[in-house]
Design a protein around this ligand. Structure first.
Ligand SMILES: [Zn+2]
Ligand SMILES: [Zn+2]
Length: 309
């Protein structure tokens, strides 16, 4: 079942030694990608030959929660090409082609771009999260030099976080980093990224196990429309898309379409829902916790995939 779990993120690397060097990429497995960027590192020697290059890289942050690889690639491309991306209106662009070289290398600009992209309607419904692994980067994001206010929905979902034990390179003399310093920083960063990624994958696994077990109950009635569905039946008509509450103590399950309509009504008000196809989320009708629509639908697709095998 592990194969169906999905994790797509975009990441920002910063060279530990050359703090003006950055790299933007995307990956379904950031710890593995980080190891690839840094090559096979052996303590006490590997960096010597690369001393003039940008290695080791520190993964200072990731933007995660993309529903698929294509969307992650779109975000990556827009982040890399902020001076021309169609996701930012021309007169809102912070830099243009002329100064994209120097200004574009600036960390304040790169973080402002993330704010701009996350505010775009296309990315906003995905409930993206940001995980910072470096506390200085998080502080720069907070400082928000370009004054791009994030949509309030991001406050609601609380997915912009700084990792526990995050790194701070102010503890080091960056002008005279030793080989040991480089190894220490790189190892500590790798641990932070791995911890975050493993926790996400584990959460997916545990939820999918609980959901699969629930579906084994057989006949279940949707609490909204009262129709029956049954994932252990042979009849494909009895296997519509369903959504389950993410709270492990809550048993809520309903049609995806029924809860979708309910959430849209709650979010936009009765009568205003006609043009809106996807809600951002809403409160579980049973336990009241905030449910993120993109997460519900992701599990829904996985369940459906398993049930049709
Ligand atoms: Zn229903
Ligand atoms: Zn619930």
């Amino acid at each position: 079942m592990g194969a169906v779990t999905q994790f797509y993120c975009c990441y920002l690397l910063q060279s530990v030694e050359h703090r003006q060097s950055f790299y933007i990429g995307s990956s379904p497995n950031p710890p593995r990608r980080l190891r690839q960027h840094n090559g096979e590192l052996v303590r006490g020697g590997a960096y010597r030959t690369k001393r003039k290059g940008s290695r080791p890289w520190e993964m200072i942050m990731i933007v995660y929660g993309f529903p698929n690889k294509i969307v992650a690639l779109q975000f990556e491309h827009a982040w890399q090409h902020g001076y021309k991306t169609r996701f930012i209106k021309e007169n809102n662009r912070l830099i243009n082609k002329k100064n994209s070289g120097s200004a574009g290398r600036n960390i304040h600009y790169k973080l402002a771009l993330v704010r701009q992209l996350m505010n775009h309607t296309f990315f906003k419904f995905m409930n993206l999260g940001i995980q910072f692994f470096n506390s200085e980067t998080a502080a720069i994001f907070e400082q928000n030099k370009f004054k791009i206010e994030l949509d309030p929905c991001y406050k609601e979902f609380e997915k912009i976080q700084l990792s526990e034990n995050s790194l701070s390179l102010s503890d080091y003399n960056l002008k005279q980093l030793t080989i040991d310093d480089l190894s220490d920083i790189s190892d500590a960063n790798k641990d932070l990224v791995t911890t975050f990624y493993d926790a996400s994958i584990e959460l997916d696994k545990v939820r999918m196990e609980r959901y699969t077990e629930r579906m084994m109950d057989g006949s279940i009635r949707c609490p909204i429309c009262h129709d029956e569905f049954n994932y252990i039946s042979e009849d494909p008509d009895l296997k519509p898309f369903v959504v389950l509450c993410t709270n492990e103590d809550c048993n809520y399950i309903s049609h995806m379409s029924c809860l979708c309509r309910k959430f849209i009504k709650e979010e936009y008000g009765e009568g205003n829902e006609t043009n809106i196809l996807i809600p951002r989320g809403g409160k579980c009708p049973h336990c009241d916790i905030l449910l993120e629509w993109t997460i519900l639908t992701r599990y829904s697709l996985m369940l459906k995939e398993i049930s049709s095998k």
